[in-house]
Every structure is written in structure tokens, then in C-alpha cells.
Design a protein around this ligand. Structure first.
Ligand code: FES
Length: 149
């Protein structure tokens, strides 16, 4: 089996899918390698992620990592959600095949983009919290194993 049982579960039964109408932070990122897109909706209250939803136009690994990432940040303070890395999401899923590592970067980047959007809507410069957002695979944590970097 190429994929772990957890990846298959989150792909077949993704958690937190859809749109959050009262979201106050929305982030959308694209994967430069494959053109897939992920959108994350956050409802933030008292600096905590009260609710989260996602829409992913992408492969099974992207859907599974989106689903797991939303589970990992739900109910967490923003400071903790910002520390979530694609490596942590992959670990929670018991790993991904090396060729699919780039898919996991989408979730981390979409969450950061949604939190940046939240800060911007509050009139706060997000850069000190979120840093410079990049969709460039060469900046992803740990680099890629699929020969693109
Ligand atoms: Fe595009 Fe996985 S192949 S996100």
C-alpha cells in the first residue's frame, strides 16, 4: 500500500470540508508544480480558531493533508496554528510517499494565508506574525524529495 491507513481515511472521509459563511480569515494558495488549489476558511475568536473549513481542488494527498491540518488547528490559539508545519501534518498522517510531499505544503501555506487575511482585516500588519508568504516550493520546510528543488 502506497498510502497509510490514516491518509486513506482522511481522503475517503475528509473532516471540515466546505465553506464557512462567517469566516473572518480566508486563505487560498496554489501549488506551482501541479496547479492544484486549496482554500481555508477560519473563524477566529479571542485569538483562537473557533472553526475551520477547507475546499481543495487537488489530489488525494492534498485532500488528506487539508483534512488533517484542519483537525490539528481546530480550537488552537493562533500562535500554535502558525507553528504547524507540513512535516507535522505528514507525521500525523503516518507519512506520505516522497513524490507527494509537495502536496502537503498547500495546507500549511493556506492556513498561514488565512491567518494573514485575518490580521489584515483587523488592520494589523500580518508580517511579524506570519512572515513573508511564499508559494515557492523551494521555500517549503525540508525541501522536496521529488526532484524539483
Ligand atoms: Fe497537486 Fe498533490 S498533485 S497537490
Amino acid at each position: 500500500m502506497m498510502y497509510s491507513a490514516k491518509v486513506m481515511d482522511h481522503f475517503a472521509n475528509p473532516r471540515n470540508t466546505g465553506v464557512l459563511p462567517d469566516a473572518n480569515g480566508v486563505g487560498e494558495v496554489g501549488n506551482q508544480q501541479c496547479g492544484d488549489i486549496m482554500k481555508i476558511y477560519l473563524k477566529i475568536e479571542n485569538d483562537q480558531i473557533a472553526d475551520v473549513r477547507f475546499q481543495t481542488f487537488g489530489c488525494g494527498a492534498a485532500i488528506a493533508t487539508s483534512s488533517m491540518a484542519t483537525e490539528l488547528i481546530k480550537g488552537k490559539p493562533l500562535s500554535e496554528a502558525l507553528k504547524l508545519t507540513n512535516g507535522a501534518v505528514m507525521e500525523a498522517l503516518d507519512g506520505l510517499p516522497p513524490v507527494k510531499v509537495h502536496c502537503s505544503v498547500l495546507a500549511e501555506q493556506a492556513i498561514k494565508a488565512a491567518i494573514a487575511d485575518y490580521y489584515t482585516r483587523q488592520g494589523i500588519d500580518p508580517t511579524p506574525f506570519v512572515g513573508e508568504l511564499s508559494e515557492d516550493c523551494h521555500d517549503c520546510h525540508g525541501g522536496c524529495d521529488d526532484g524539483c528543488c
